[in-house]
Ligand binder design. Structure first.
Ligand code: SF4
Length: 198
């Protein structure tokens, strides 16, 4: 079941569960993280069931999310996770293209689709064309790993550029606690509630 947001011209709408401006546990360095809302893949043992419904979260213009990234100082990259980002391929593709065009930030996409499923679908393939790295494949609870941006060991690193190597990924912390200005506490990373495991 696709959960595509409302595509509007070159500035698609993107159904987003949440964002985090500065995360140290969702890829190398400090990163702006976007959790897409909606996933139909239903991996047994997924820690993020709140991200599965295709509705019930905010619908945002891609350009507004890009502006949020541009206003965030000190980040070295963006990470797209979910939910399933590639069930909203037009929004993800437009976002990645804008980040590539307007910044030198690294781009990582975490998806439950396999590399073959991405390459075999023109819209999904286009969505990751500007990414540096895709971490691809269903989460398999029997192969639980929770390290290096892989929730389970079957997940495949698919490097589209040479920006991120094995050492960069091995150094990603497994979890972090983020305390917001309003006192909210978010546990994120491969061992956190948000973004893990995938
Ligand atoms: S692990 Fe990822 S792809 Fe699998 S059900 Fe959960 S959100 Fe969807």
């Amino acid at each position: 079941m696709a959960v595509e947001g409302d595509a509007v011209g070159a500035d698609p709408r993107w159904r987003i569960h949440s964002t985090l401006a500065r995360s140290a546990a969702n890829g190398p360095g400090l990163r702006f993280v976007v959790w897409s809302q909606g996933c139909s893949l239903r991996c047994p043992g997924c820690f993020n069931p709140d991200t599965h419904p295709p509705h019930g979260a905010g619908l945002r213009r891609v350009s507004d999310v890009v502006d949020d990234v541009l206003r965030t100082d000190g980040v070295q990259g963006v990470t797209l996770t979910g939910g399933e980002p590639l069930e909203q391929p037009d929004a993800v593709g437009a976002f990645c293209a804008a980040i590539r065009r307007r910044t030198d930030l690294g781009i990582i996409v975490l998806t439950g689709f396999s590399r073959a499923e991405v390459e075999g679908d023109a819209r999904r393939a286009a969505a990751v064309a500007d990414a540096d790295l895709v971490v691809a494949g269903r989460y398999n609870a029997r192969l639980r790993l929770g390290a290096g941006l892989r929730g389970s060991s079957n997940k495949e690193y698919w490097a589209l550029t040479g920006r991120y190597g094995a050492a960069d990924l091995a150094g990603v912390p497994e979890a972090e606690l983020v305390i917001g200005a309003d006192g909210t506490i978010t546990l994120t990373g491969m061992h956190g509630w948000e973004g893990g495991p995938r």
